[in-house]
Write a protein that binds this ligand. Structure first.
Ligand code: CA2
Length: 147
């Protein structure tokens, strides 16, 4: 069966392309989903691309991924900096995890420089905009090919 990667986007990422282009670029989340689908096809893997503004829903998706997906790519958005619940779900899911941020969180406000989620991540890509998602897909495919 083809490998499948869950790509989760956290709160407010549905607003991409509408504000703060100097930080987050001009691409919408739909643009990023399309680019990810093209990249995944070229890698011969499937994706399940989702966005939620609710922490509990994200936790449930990660729990479900345990039985339906082979890896998780996550941009937890603001929950990166607050959510032990998402960290625990990622630690429990037993899948490779790659954390993505569009912006370079280390160049921004002090409170953005710590991510709880990073403790569960095999790798982190930040500051490269949409390209970060595509690099994360390549990295996840590479990690899975070594399993
Ligand atoms: O750089 C990233 O990808 C972030 O995860 C984005 C989050 C932020 O809280 C993290 O610190 C870093 C914010 C996403 C909200 O993006 C918007 C974009 C345009 C308009 C409104 C929100």
């Amino acid at each position: 069966m083809a490998l499948k990667i869950l790509i989760v986007n956290g709160p407010n990422l549905n607003m991409l392309g509408t504000r703060e282009p100097e930080i987050y670029g001009t691409k919408t989340l739909a643009d990023i989903e399309r680019a990810c689908a093209e990249k995944a096809e070229s890698l011969g893997i499937g994706i399940d691309f989702r966005q939620s503004n609710c922490e509990g829903e994200i936790v449930s998706w990660i729990q479900q991924a345990r039985s339906s997906c082979n890896a998780v790519i996550i941009n937890p958005a603001a929950y990166s900096h607050t959510s032990v619940a998402i960290l625990d779900a990622l630690l429990a899911c037993g899948l490779p995890v790659i954390e993505v941020h569009l912006s370079n969180i280390f160049r921004r406000d002090e409170f953005r420089r710590h991510s709880f989620v990073s403790q569960a991540a095999d790798g982190i890509v930040c500051g490269l905009g949409e390209q970060g998602y595509l690099l994360a897909l390549e990295a996840a495919a590479s990690l899975l090919s070594k399993e």
